[in-house]
Design a protein around this ligand. Structure first.
Ligand code: AMP
Length: 533
């Protein structure tokens, strides 16, 4: 027997329509390239997204077509998210910081007929356009700018197209499993692979993010989205925020601590979301200048492990830090570190240890740690395994690649332990683990301790080949300004915190550590630079 409830497809367009009707005054504030803030509302954005639907049809975009975006976080990029997915097309967000060759590969592989780009990224498109004449027929610049394109490829101005378009119509209704967005993830080997989200997976993931023990914003919250819109749909924030009515603050390209602080204080941010590197840089700036975060209450962090010391430092400023874990293939939310009953009595240190874990599963996804035999290892906080997950917003394969997910459990490449309360702690990426004398050493554990040292700003640990032990950990540190930590002092700092055999034998002090486009430390690059002495 079927239930007697209305059946409505879970469509992305319905999120913005809800926001326009029930939270019409909710704001999206964006920092433009010239530094000026532009301010708009969900009511206006919904109207513009419907106009954009008309523009897309006039540009020849049909349901199922892929449309590229090369843009930073802004209200216009937000409109593109809704306009493109709203007409049943696929919004292919492209990371502009990738090598031009990879960007060309992505546009070609996705088959983007049109790419919308911030003016500052036009030179990239001009350089690669000659390779894309079979695919790309037009570029739309999101502002003022020009570039030379090959014959047959048109350059349009976004606002001119929007001005010329009539008021949009109602959103079309289609099957909720229709693809909505495509995000390429850059592995360390091989070409980027496309993760193809659906309307349904996106709406469900946004609902999970909106739960109280996840991000759980109120309509009165103001959320700074530092995580870029070309990376896993900005972790779902552009869907979750309008769903709840919370306002969104978009930093554009100005991601330096001074610009972020002025945006947060000036716009009364209550929640901020981004990778640890951002919070590390901001903390240093606060310490150096004596400035304060005036309204911020909560930071959500993921993408890389947030060191315990950094969590503690923000807690001392009265700001709660919530660790979350996921990946492009998981839309991205899988675990969030929200307290459970039974942890209230933990002492300060034990509580901080738990806050540094990656967290527990939200409803809609499940995780397991698998031993080498493929069986689940116990939830004892010690048994380590390869983490796999499954759920409503987990990829089942990659765009235009043979099916990979036969078991139904997606292999993450992350290694971790799960404690009796279900809290996952990542110990490493499988390829970043260090194997010394047959024992696994966690590079994350080494790094987390190093950044707690008062003279260390940033740290990375990698495996270096060793005649006797196979591999040994090398610690690479960037000192805090004016500090020069010695190898002996750092090694001494590890005593009692790690078993003696897993303490790094050598320390390399460097001016900077390379980061990828999303702010993560490029371990592969460090191995290339330093692993062979
Ligand atoms: P991406 O697909 O680029 O978002 O990268 C996903 C990977 O980032 C995961 O597989 C993890 O290795 C890493 N990652 C994400 N969140 C965390 C976290 N909270 N702690 C440690 N590593 C993380």
């Amino acid at each position: 027997m079927q239930g007697l409830m209305q059946r409505r497809d879970l469509l992305i367009s319905s999120i913005l329509e809800h926001a326009a009707r029930h939270h019409g005054a909710g704001e999206v504030v964006s920092r433009r390239e010239d530094g000026i803030l532009s301010r708009t509302t969900y009511a206006v954005l919904a109207r513009r997204a419907r106009k954009l639907a008309t523009v897309l049809r006039e540009l020849g975009v049909a349901p199922g077509d892929r449309v590229g975006t090369l843009g930073m976080n802004s209200d216009r990029h937000f409109e593109l998210y809704y306009g493109i997915s709203g007409v049943g097309a696929v919004c292919n967000t492209i990371n502009p910081r990738l090598a031009p060759d990879d960007i060309a590969y992505i546009i070609g592989h996705a088959g983007d007929g049109i790419v919308f780009a911030d003016p500052v990224f036009l030179p990239i498109l001009q350089a690669i356009a000659p390779q894309l004449t079979d695919t790309l027929r037009g570029v739309v610049v999101l502002g003022e700018g020009a570039c030379d394109l090959p014959p047959g490829m048109a350059l349009h101005r976004y606002e001119a197209l929007m001005d010329a378009a009539g008021e949009g119509e109602e959103w079309p209704v289609f099957d909720e499993n229709t693809a909505s967005a495509l995000c390429y993830t850059s592995g360390t080997t091989g070409r980027p692979k496309g993760v193809l989200y659906s309307n349904r997976s996106t709406v469900l993931c946004a609902m999970a993010l909106a739960a109280a023990d996840a991000v759980g914003p109120r309509a009165t919250d103001r959320i700074l989205a530092v995580v870029p819109m070309f990376h896993v749909n900005a972790w779902g924030l552009p869907y979750m925020a309008p769903m709840t009515g919370a306002s969104l603050l978009m930093p554009g390209r100005q991601l330096d601590p001074a610009s972020l602080l002025s945006l947060m204080n000036g716009e009364r941010a209550t929640i901020a979301v981004g990778v640890p590197t951002i919070w590390l840089g901001l903390l240093g700036y606060l310490r150096d200048t004596g400035r304060r975060l005036e309204t911020l209450q909560r930071i959500f962090v993921g993408g890389a492990a947030m060191p315990r010391a950094l969590i503690a430092a923000y807690n001392e400023l009265g700001i709660a830090v919530c660790h979350a874990w996921g990946m492009t293939e998981s839309s991205p939310i899988v675990t969030v570190n929200a307290p459970k009953p039974g942890t209230e009595d933990l002492d300060h240190d034990a509580l901080l240890d738990q806050r540094a874990a990656q967290g527990r599963c939200v409803f809609g996804v499940d995780v397991r740690a698998e031993g080498e035999d493929g069986n689940e290892v116990p939830w004892d906080g010690v048994s380590q395994g390869q983490l796999t997950f499954r759920g409503h917003w987990i990829a089942s394969g990659y765009f235009r690649m043979p099916d990979q997910d036969a078991s139904g459990w997606f292999p993450t490449g992350d290694v971790g332990v799960i404690d009796p309360h279900g809290f996952v702690t990542l110990t490493d990426r499988s390829k970043d683990l260090i194997k010394s004398g047959g024992e696994w050493i966690s590079s994350i554990a080494i790094e987390n301790i190093a950044v707690a040292h008062p003279h260390v700003a940033e740290a990375a640990a990698i495996a270096v080949p060793h005649e006797k032990w196979g591999e040994r950990p090398l610690l690479i540190v960037v000192p805090r300004p004016g500090c020069a930590p010695s190898c002996e002092a750092l090694r001494e700092f590890y005593r009692g915190k790690l078993p003696a055999w897993s303490i790094p034998d050598s320390v390399l002090v460097v001016d900077s550590i390379p980061h990828g486009a999303t702010g993560k430390i490029l371990k592969a690059e460090l191995r290339r630079l330093y692993a062979n002495g």
